[in-house]
Design a protein around this ligand. Structure first.
Ligand code: GLA
Length: 368
């Protein structure tokens, strides 16, 4: 806040924020029209904002290495292949949609770690959209905000990601999971089961370090493989398959058969996870985490040995019900379901064992 005043010579008019998310289960199902189950994490992105009377946009962020104010003209947005594209893309989109957006000053602060599967970019787009909505009095619902955030990534930033992360940033809260149908966008908030806590461990390997820009590289390959599999099976999206279709997948060439099997079984697991949560069945939910992880590792092939190591360390710990890679993969974070009240010690002993065996620097994000 005082940084804003220091940078721009006046106090902010608006403060907005959006949280990072951890997906409990339902990975790589969103762009196949399927189901997901994310929940908000305590880490978040904050935007301090004040409208201007001209078209100058002046933005500073803790995301940039030098913290300098960057500038562009609203209505003359141009891609620069850096974080400012997220800001420029939003004013570009809002302008195209007929919303009256002018210049502004903004300071962005975030403690959502970048590139480790916790949706830092959706938190950025959604927090900015909330600031723009409030600052310019725009008529936008929370679902419209999520859809604009996704279009920002797809159409301006140039990333083909799905709708899960923007919907989570816009609608999820802590304590409940957002059970979302990514085709109809129907959603319901399902309470986390009593008697269990969540742990989120950052492996210290971002998808950039693992040679990926997500969505890009192998992420886009996976999407294309899913589209091809659906085409060969004669369905609009892999979402349209059920367990009864499993034998049909054998006719697909490698690796399309595996990719389709992951999506089909993962969608079923989301439905089973919601049932387990409603029944308060922590053991069952934990088992589904492990099965989901195996499917991402063996069929979807988006895990890495370090992440598999964390999941194995969790499996050997009697306080853990289940663990799995969360987010897009190729590095990232692991989500665990653990006995209530044990989150901190479990996270610390698994992090310590992992650091020792891998030489990496993990970080415990939940419990915060
Ligand atoms: C990334 C994408 C999401 C989703 C996940 C995998 O986070 O942004 O749309 O596809 O990967 O579940």
């Amino acid at each position: 806040m005082s940084d804003f005043t220091h940078l721009f010579g006046r106090p902010p008019a608006v403060a907005a924020h959006a949280s990072g998310r951890v997906n409990l289960i339902g990975e790589h199902t969103d762009y196949n029209g399927g189901f997901v189950l994310p929940t908000a994490i305590p880490q978040r992105t904050e935007v301090f904002f004040a409208p201007r009377d001209d078209d100058r946009a002046r933005v500073a962020s803790t995301l940039s290495s030098d913290g300098q104010v960057q500038e562009y003209r609203v209505g003359q947005e141009q891609r620069r292949h850096e974080w400012l594209d997220y800001v420029q893309g939003l004013t570009w989109l809002l302008g195209r949609e007929g919303h009256a957006v002018r210049g502004f000053e903004a300071l962005i602060r975030s403690d959502v770690p970048l590139g480790v599967g916790l949706s830092s970019s959706a938190a950025l787009s959604v927090s900015l959209l909330r600031a723009l909505r409030q600052g310019f009095g725009l008529e936008l619902s929370d679902v419209q905000i999520a859809l604009l955030a996704q279009r920002n990534e797809n159409e301006f930033v140039g990333a083909r990601c799905g709708i899960m992360d923007p919907m989570a940033a816009s609608l999820a809260d802590q304590g409940t999971a957002l059970f979302l149908d990514c085709r109809s966008l129907a959603y319901e908030r399902v309470p986390l089961p009593p008697g269990a806590d969540l742990v989120v461990l950052n492996s210290g390997i971002s998808h950039k370090l693992a040679g990926q820009t997500i969505p890009g590289g192998d992420y886009n390959t996976r999407r294309a493989e899913c589209e091809r599999a659906a085409e060969l099976l004669g369905v609009p999206q892999l979402r349209d398959l059920t367990a009864a279709d499993l034998p049909r997948l054998e006719a697909l060439p490698e690796p399309l058969n595996r990719r389709a099997r992951h999506v089909l079984t993962e969608n079923e697991r989301v439905l089973q996870a919601v049932e387990a949560m409603r029944a308060g069945d922590r053991e069952r939910l934990g088992e589904l985490f492990y099965t989901s992880h195996a499917s991402m590792r063996d069929d979807y092939q988006v895990s890495i040995p370090e992440i598999d190591l964390i999941v194995e360390l969790a499996r050997a710990d009697s306080d853990v019900y289940g663990a799995r890679l969360t987010g897009g993969g190729f590095g990232g974070s692991v989500v665990m379901l653990v006995h209530a009240g044990t989150g901190r010690p479990v996270a610390e002993r698994i992090a310590a064992a992992y650091a020792r065996q891998s030489g990496r620097s993990p970080a415990v994000l939940v419990p915060a």
